[in-house]
Design a protein around this ligand. Structure first.
Ligand code: NAD
Ligand code: UFG
Length: 346
């Protein structure tokens, strides 16, 4: 069976592609390489001990942009020509910087929203109506110290979050138009960090990272002198913000479970939180990283970052009960695996 993975060379897409290949699926991967490189595919192939023949048979890479609908159609056609039509889509491709999204809203709307619209139109045209979508915890209205349920109010406060919540609306509209055909899972991720246990693939953003974990890795490698912690005056145990960090392989497994769930179920649209349900403060994450990896992470406190929430932790009970999925890895594992990968990188 063939699956299309958009954004398949990015952080979450590459780790999920690895699991899909392990399960025996043929992949059609689309990526513009704006924030990644197709080199990761060779590494995935080496982890899986693929021969050159396996590689060219199972991994069909197409460099291109979802903003170009005729390009997407070409990829679907190519699968049909090989007599292995695409039957489901894992849609990771998107831009994800909160700061950049507020600065360049048109770029974000065009890339995330128009890209998804083009994808959906092409899926419908090709009678492919099973979709796993990368949504985000950033769409929820902020809450004080309570774990977030899927039924919480939606109220994003940045353009990035607006694009994600609007895409969710578009997916609901698609489902409503043909409720007997679409199978859609909106997976709302919390904070994925870490890397594959092999140490061969991890998070490799192009340009300057904004997220805490790639910055910790840079400081640990002495490529950046100091980590700036955004505020120590939040109403939390140690004054720094709390997040629900989830091991990238647990997140990737969540996608496989969601796909297996959709495959077995009747047409439906479902939104699920993928987090561990455990909160860790920024300071707690840094101290764990230092302890398990025996490295120094110099830090200093600066003012709060605009748009940050104090406490963002998932109530993951719906995903656990519906999917039978359970995150397995601890914050220590996330720190160890992330460092195992990063310390060997140039
Ligand atoms: P990433 O940047 O590593 O991967 C996204 C990939 O999509 C990149 O390889 C990029 O080159 C590609 N891409 C971007 N726009 C494209 C387009 N128009 N056409 C084709 N390819 C395009 O990011 P990630 O962390 O792997 O995130 C994957 C998805 O999950 C994104 O949609 C992101 O918004 C969402 N998400 C991520 C997080 C997180 O913390 N990493 C949290 C919540 C949601
Ligand atoms: N932080 C610092 N210093 C830094 C970077 C981050 O103190 O240099 C802090 C932030 O203030 C926040 C925490 O580390 O308290 C985590 O920040 P990230 O930027 O790593 O992650 P966010 O929680 O802000 O957002 C991330 C993704 C979003 C996604 C969201 C889901 O960037 O795309 O998780 O919860 F939607």
């Amino acid at each position: 069976m063939s699956i299309l993975v958009t954004g398949g060379t990015g952080f979450i897409g590459s780790h999920t592609s690895l699991l899909l290949l392990e399960k025996g699926f043929n992949l059609y991967i689309i990526d513009s390489e704006i924030n990644s490189s197709k080199n990761v595919l060779k590494k995935i192939s080496s982890i899986l001990k693929f021969s050159d023949e396996d590689f060219s048979e199972k991994i069909n890479f197409f460099k291109g942009d979802l903003r170009n609908i005729s390009f997407i159609e070409k990829v679907f056609k190519s699968a049909i020509t090989k007599n292995e039509p695409i039957q489901a889509v894992f849609h990771f491709a998107g831009l994800k910087s909160v700061y950049e999204s507020n600065k360049y809203p048109f770029k974000y709307w065009e890339n995330n929203f128009v890209g998804t619209l083009n994808l959906l139109k092409t899926m419908e045209f090709n009678s492919c109506r099973t979709l796993i979508f990368s949504s985000s915890a950033t769409i929820y209205k902020s809450v004080k110290k309570e774990k977030i349920k899927e039924s919480n109010l939606i109220g994003p406060i940045n353009t990035y979050g607006e694009t994600k919540s609007t895409i969710e609306k578009l997916l609901h509209a698609a489902f409503k138009s043909q409720p007997n055909k679409w199978k859609i899972a909106n997976l709302r991720y919390f904070n994925p960090i870490g890397a594959h246990f092999s140490g061969q693939i991890g998070e490799e953003p192009k340009g300057v990272p904004n997220n805490i974990f790639p910055i910790i890795l840079k400081v640990a490698k002495k490529e950046q002198k100091i980590l700036k912690i955004f505020g120590n005056d939040w109403d939390t145990e140690d004054g720094t913000c709390v997040r629900d960090y989830i091991h990238i392989m647990d997140l990737a497994e969540g996608h496989i479970s969601a796909f297996e769930f959709l495959t077995k179920s009747n047409p439906k649209i479902i939104s699920l939180n993928l987090g561990t349900g455990q909160g860790h403060s920024v300071l707690g994450l840094i101290n764990t990283f230092k302890k398990v990896n025996e490295v120094n992470i110099p830090y200093e406190y600066t003012s709060r970052r605009e748009g940050d929430n104090e406490f963002v932790v998932a109530d993951n009970s719906l995903a656990v009960s519906v999917l039978g999925w359970q995150p397995k890895y601890s914050i220590e594992d996330m720190c160890k695996d992330g460092w195992k990968w990063a310390k060997t990188r140039k």
